[in-house]
Design a binder for this molecule. Sequence first.
Ligand code: ADP
Ligand code: MG
Length: 249
Amino acid sequence: MNVIEAKNVTKIYKPLDFWKKEKIVAIRNINLEIKKGEVFGLLGLNGAGKTTLMKIFLGLLKPTSGTVRIFNDTIENRKIRERIGYMSELPYFPKYLKAYEILDYFADLFNIDPKIKKDKINEVLEIVRLSGRQNFKIKAFSKGMQGRLGLAQALLNDPEILFLDEPMSGFDPLGYKETRDIIIELNKKGKTIFFNSHILSEVEKVCDRVGVLHRKEIIDVQPIDQILKKHKNLEDYFINIINDEKVKK
Ligand SMILES: Nc1ncnc2c1ncn2[C@@H]1O[C@H](COP(=O)(O)OP(=O)(O)O)[C@@H](O)[C@H]1O
Ligand SMILES: [Mg+2]
């Protein structure tokens, strides 16, 4: 069963500079299907359009043309939004707040029943390995801990699909491993995970399938085990496919 279906999705941004009038085509004719229960990794160079595509899936941006179905429905439907979680590229939290206070605030935004709120916050803190840090202020949090707090926030509504935009950027190797373990655990609990990352060694370890977004288009989608039959690792595959495209142009 597909939980996300994109058909001919194109996004053209308005010109940033009034005088230039040049429109920016961010992504073009994207067709992509994400299956229930899979971990899907979207690869692409900086500026390839990964964040744009994710924001369209989330309903934060409207496609210029094309359609997106989430759970065979439209993302405009509030009931559908309740079933997804999102961690943005650079989650920002006020430094003077405590981790618990931040999750408490988001729990209210999610309309979580006050009777179960405390348990829910403790549960997500435990999933992201931040139990015991709930009374630390964000200014005492490392980048990795802030990233994990971003993930905790995305888990508060117990989403069926998790969208993670560069969940490991700026982390150290221990941070990679912790995030990877959390993603695997969440997936075992049945969650579908769609994420972008440049850390190819990690993508290789967690994903079932990957797609490559290059020059605004999806140029390949494959199960990771197929890729690893032909390439020594994901990095080797990625560099090859990007270089091949350069030769074609
Ligand atoms: N709000 C915006 N207005 C105009 N151009 C944008 C906007 N957001 C992104 N872009 C452009 O769209 C392209 C794709 O960006 P993005 O989706 O952020 O790529 P990625 O996440 O793969 O790095 C880039 O050329 C970027 O400069
Ligand atoms: Mg991005």
